[in-house]
Design a protein around this ligand. Structure first.
Ligand SMILES: [Zn+2]
Length: 323
């Protein structure tokens, strides 16, 4: 039986893996932090497999490795926010901490993985503190987060932090090509270099990303009337289009921060630099805040025309004021 590919680390993670597995002082509470789509969760599962492996190194062939690969190991518990829920509730954390105190079924210890750990509510995070500080013997807690700054400082400080970054562009492209991605360059550019995010983008997603970038460019360059842009966007699935805009705005903000570095060979980075160039950073942040505020309201019955009008008129205002 082949082991699950979701338990294999990705090629660009080898250095991180070697350092961690060779470390003589491995913590029992790890925080795997970094941007979405670079493989942190996969790394966590691979590491859990290693911790539980009968051979002690994640052999991929023993009974424990197979059970982890089949997501059926009795000493591994994985938790993530429930679909449609924004928080991991305290009851879930109590279940996890209770699980850690039980004796291991297969003898090698117990592991919990908490995905999107920044979504632990305050009560849930507090309920986790004791286990983080004094894990029961043989217990390991692997927290995974795209937004570690949103974790309670008391949670962060009790974890050994392992930072992940986007891999070199060549590594990302090689991954996408081997995964059969049809537009690897464009997908990687739109996913800000995160290969797993890029692999999840469909052709319509990519088209929408390109069209949104063109709308922002057109308005900034005075070629496109903001209300005409709004007219074309309100007809499209609002939530998906807004997610694309929110993501693009985050990239513009990144480009506007002094010292921002993008891959100079990446064509989209040049366009984003041009879009952010010469803008007042405070105003870009205000625009981003507006996008995030509207994003929170998208489930409410609002007039989509008004939303898009406001967004593009604000972009016009922000992008025409020079510092
Ligand atoms: Zn094994």
């Amino acid at each position: 039986m082949p082991s699950s590919p979701a338990c294999e680390i990705l090629p660009w993670q080898q250095g991180r893996w070697d350092a961690l597995t060779a470390s003589p002082r491995l913590g029992h509470a790890l925080l795997l932090a970094g941007p979405a789509g670079v493989g942190k969760t996969r790394f966590a599962h691979a590491f859990a497999r290693r911790l539980l492996c009968d051979e002690g190194h994640g052999c991929g062939h023993c009974r424990s490795c197979h059970l982890v690969g089949a997501e059926n190991h009795p000493d591994l518990m994985v938790c993530a926010p429930a679909p449609g829920k924004t928080e991991i509730p305290v009851d879930t954390v109590r279940e996890l901490t209770g699980f850690l105190t039980l004796s291991a079924h297969l003898g090698r210890g117990r592991v919990i993985i908490i995905e999107s750990a920044e979504r632990l509510g305050r009560a849930a995070a507090n309920a986790l503190l004791k286990s983080l500080e004094e894990p029961p013997p043989g217990a390991y807690l692997l927290l995974v987060s795209d937004a570690p700054e949103r974790l309670l400082p008391t949670v962060r400080s009790r974890c050994q932090r392992i930072d992940f970054a986007v891999p070199a562009r060549a590594a990302g492209l090689a991954y996408l090509q081997s995964a059969g991605c049809l537009q690897p360059e464009e997908a990687l550019a739109q996913a800000a270099g995160a290969p797993l995010r890029a692999a999840a983008l469909t052709a319509p997603d990519l088209q929408m990303g390109e069209e949104m970038l063109k709308s922002l460019e057109g308005i900034r360059q005075g070629r496109l009337d903001p209300l005409a842009a709004a007219e074309s966007w309100h007809k499209i699935d609002g939530k998906a289009a807004f997610a694309v805009l929110a993501d693009l705005t985050a990239r513009i903000v990144q480009q506007g921060v002094p010292g921002a570095s993008g891959d100079p060979d990446e064509p989209r980075a040049k366009r984003l630099q041009a879009l952010a160039g010469g803008l007042d950073l405070t105003q870009i942040f205000q625009f981003w805040d507006k996008i995030l505020d509207i994003n929170e309201l998208l489930d409410a019955p609002l007039d989509r025309h008004l939303i898009w009008d406001e967004v593009f008129l604000t972009w016009k205002q922000v992008s025409s004021r020079k510092i």
